[in-house]
Design a protein around this ligand. Structure first.
Ligand SMILES: Cc1cc2nc3c(=O)[nH]c(=O)nc-3n(C[C@H](O)[C@H](O)[C@H](O)COP(=O)(O)OP(=O)(O)OC[C@H]3O[C@@H](n4cnc5c(N)ncnc54)[C@H](O)[C@@H]3O)c2cc1C
Length: 237
């Protein structure tokens, strides 16, 4: 959802590139600056140049490229796993400042195939929301001597303890390309849970479209459950 611009100092050093994409241009510029190879002795275009750096394991150069995603409709179970990745910046929907009374619940793909289980999940989720509403109301009364804003926040932050891990959430996630590659390796993987695989595979598809030089080596292979695993020809970074 957010991409960078690059004000190229290329004319100062006699360098130009064939990519229109700012992040990829910056990565090439940073790499060439290491070796003062402005005159392009190997005759590589931008994509070939970046691919060669990845092949050689010169991964830190792709840290100059950054991408942000707005990830919505995921469960708190999924977001909890996402935020374990420490090289990203996150801004997540607050359960303290925002009411969860009308919150949607995420049903995991495996459960979605079983109507009886779906019904039981939904019933329990509804019950949790009812208790949540009741708790907000009663705690707000109990906190009557607090200012309305404080009262609502304190009531919600206590009431939310009853909400299930399937509660829907949203977050903005920003990280450099190296962090994204690592995230995709770990999470668009057979070992990851299906909801995470969906997030990671969708992020990869968008990153590949926008930054083919940095993410073009990944291929997506469909798994028996219909989700995708990402396979790369380079080492995990
Ligand atoms: C299939 C699967 C099962 C999992 N099961 C569990 C589980 O049961 N319990 C659990 O708690 N977690 C579990 N996790 C989460 C996992 O342990 C990691 O916390 C998470 O995947 C983040 O990835 P990362 O550690 O590679 O770090 P990131 O934060 O994504 O960092 C990327 C890389 O940077 C380096 N790095 C970052 N921080 C440090 C540091 N402090 N010191 C040294 N190097 C660092 C490492 O090389 C790391 O791989 C699981 C993950 C997966 C994919």
């Amino acid at each position: 959802m957010a991409w960078m611009t690059f004000d190229s100092p290329g004319t100062e050093v006699g360098w130009q590139t064939d990519t229109q994409e700012a992040s990829q241009a910056l990565i090439e510029f940073a790499g060439r600056q290491c070796y003062l190879s402005w005159h392009n002795p190997s005759g590589r275009n931008n994509r070939e140049y970046i691919e060669n750096m990845l092949k050689q394991g010169h991964y830190s150069v792709i840290e100059h490229g950054v991408a942000s995603f707005w990830i919505r409709g995921i469960s708190r179970a999924c977001s909890h796993e996402i935020v374990r990745h420490r090289h990203f910046s996150y801004s997540q929907l607050s359960q303290r400042y925002v009411a969860s009374e009308d919150i949607e619940m995420v049903i995991p793909p495996l459960v979605a195939d079983d109507p009886e289980l779906v019904e039981e999940f939904r019933a329990l989720q509804q019950q949790a929301i009812q208790v949540y509403r009741k708790a907000v109301e009663r705690l707000s009364e109990k906190l009557a001597d607090h200012k309305p804003f404080q009262r609502r926040k304190m009531a919600r932050e206590a009431a939310r303890y009853v909400l299930p891990e399937g509660s829907e959430t949203a977050l903005v996630m920003t990280g450099n390309f190296r962090a994204w590659r690592h995230f995709i390796h770990m999470r668009a993987s057979q070992q990851a849970m299906p909801e995470m695989r969906l997030v990671a595979a969708q992020a990869l598809q968008q990153l590949q479209e926008k930054f083919p030089a940095v993410f073009g080596d990944f291929s997506l292979q469909q798994l028996p459950d219909g989700t995708y695993e990402a396979i790369s020809q380079y080492h995990e970074m």
